[in-house]
Design a protein around this ligand. Sequence first.
Ligand code: SIN
Ligand code: FE2
Length: 202
Amino acid sequence: MSGTPLDVNGVRILKGFLSQGLQREVVSDLRDVAAIAPFRRYETPGGKKMSVRMSAAGKVGWVTDRAGYRYDALQPDGEAWPEMPATVLDVWSAASGVERMPDSCLINFYGKGAKMGLHQDRDEADLDWPVVSISLGDDALFRIGQVTRGGPTRSIWLHSGDVAVLSGAARLAYHGIDRIRFGSSSLLPDGGRINVTMRVAE
Ligand code: SIN
Ligand code: FE2
């Protein structure tokens, strides 16, 4: 795994980090995860349905409903989360720059028209550990702002196989997905984009 690092407001973007073969292996592993933890459309604490569908793996999984954003040891149906696939953990080891392993990964699925507003990842107990995210499938326009709300943002197209690392001063950078180019990649036969975001949650 290697790639040319780009710096966008302190966020490291590793272009083409996963080979096509590895991308296919990760997708296959994620299908096994989704068989245990199906993709669900959550509600924000404010009561809005998110356009992105979400699954998770690891000791805990990120969820949201009227009660708030949080990590939960159980799925909404009361089942435990599946284990994080080794392929995904290998990407963390190669990209995170830390020895500690993540205990959770969020899996986002973006269908046609799905997007994610600017936000910080700050539900983790210790905000010093990096966040590593993998893009699979269709291209996505990734917007990265500052560590405080407002201020200039920069946008970059993420392609299948790219990895983004939020660490150090950029760990709390605001970020979001403005839109995807539905059908731009052939990795997922029915189109769409998967994003896998690994964190040390607890
Ligand atoms: C996220 O911030 O959870 C998702 C980022 C992405 O889809 O690339
Ligand atoms: Fe995020």
